[in-house]
Design a protein around this ligand. Structure first.
Ligand code: PYC
Length: 312
């Protein structure tokens, strides 16, 4: 087994484990194709890297791969305990902070390719990172589903690099001390949208649920985001913030260039703006990540859980 070198970071509390060396080669070609090869042939690496006992169910993995466009600094394929992501905002901030920690980049601009498009990033001198996300769009407004035990839920379907079902003012308090109720409600909503066959405008699975409320802090809104593997995002969620900006713009509730401060469930904040496009918006999001560990994974043939604890 080759040495798998990793850098761990967290972005406003949400972990990213970046694989910087030692992963099996995925060949060349579009990142979406290489992500399929990863899924088909090396899914053991995903489960080994981001699930227990080596990581936590909240961790997002980021595999660095050569970019297609030579002007991009790197390609990255994001994954989690349930599968593979299109884009990941907190993960992009974590990858840039990790490259800075390793000394392979210095403050300035760089492009990171993802399976859903190129993302221009900037590492600032104070360590903060901003990224200009892929075009984000509100696909459907006012979609109602029956949520067993909770009644009807009405939300919007939007793309921010992943598909989201966004609910304003849900029937649970969106507060850190109420996490288990937020989880229970968002999981029930997720099951209800799956059962009702709610999909994105490209047929993609709507696998994130975002609950939003106004906040009394200096932020514009606080959110709780349920990720595809049933865990919640500790950060304000970069793709979720992008989807929210697309919804606000579709409602005429966000001026071009208006600053939006998105608070996450732990109180961390991403600052965002959005440029209008024909179909939606291009969000730019800024946040901070901190490196927590640098190391090498050990995959011991005698270890029954070397590829993670499998689901029951
Ligand atoms: O920040 O985009 C994000 C994200 C997606 C899933 C977890 N974090």
């Amino acid at each position: 087994m080759p040495e798998i070198r990793i850098v761990d970071s967290h972005t406003e509390g949400e972990p990213t484990r970046t694989i910087v060396a030692g992963a099996p080669p995925l060949g060349v070609g579009p990142l979406a194709e290489r992500r399929e090869r990863f899924r088909r042939e090396y899914d053991w690496l995903r489960t080994a890297v981001v699930t227990e006992p080596r990581a936590s169910e909240a961790a997002v993995g980021a595999l660095l791969v050569p970019a297609v466009d030579r002007s991009a600094r790197t390609g990255v394929i994001f994954f989690n305990n349930a599968g593979y992501l299109g884009m990941c905002g907190h993960g992009t901030i974590g990858v840039v902070a990790s490259l800075a920690y390793l000394g392979t980049i210095s403050p300035g601009r760089l492009t990171v390719e993802t399976p859903v498009g190129a993302v221009d990033c900037e590492l600032r001198g104070d360590g903060a990172v901003s990224f200009r996300n892929v075009e984000s769009r509100c696909a459907r407004r006012g979609v109602s589903v029956e949520v067993p035990g909770f009644g009807r839920a009405t939300g919007d379907v939007a793309w921010g690099g992943n598909w989201f079902f966004l609910i304003d003012d849900p029937p649970v308090a969106v507060e850190r001390r109420n996490l288990s109720a937020c989880l229970a409600y968002a999981r029930a909503v997720r099951a209800a949208i799956d059962a009702a066959g709610v999909v994105g405008d490209d047929g993609g699975q709507v696998d994130h649920v975002e609950l939003s409320v106004p906040t009394s802090t200096s932020a514009d809104s606080r959110n709780f985001v349920l990720c595809p593997g049933g865990m919640y995002d500790r950060s304000p969620c970069g793709t979720g913030t992008s989807a929210r900006l697309a919804v606000l713009a579709a409602r005429g509730a966000l001026r071009p260039g208006q600053r939006w401060r998105q608070e996450g469930i732990l109180g961390g904040v991403f600052e965002a703006t959005a440029e209008p496009t024909e179909r939606g918006v291009i969000p730019t999001i800024s946040g901070r990540a901190f490196v927590t560990a640098v190391g090498e994974l050990v995959v011991d043939d005698r270890d029954p859980f070397r590829f993670g604890i499998p689901p029951p």
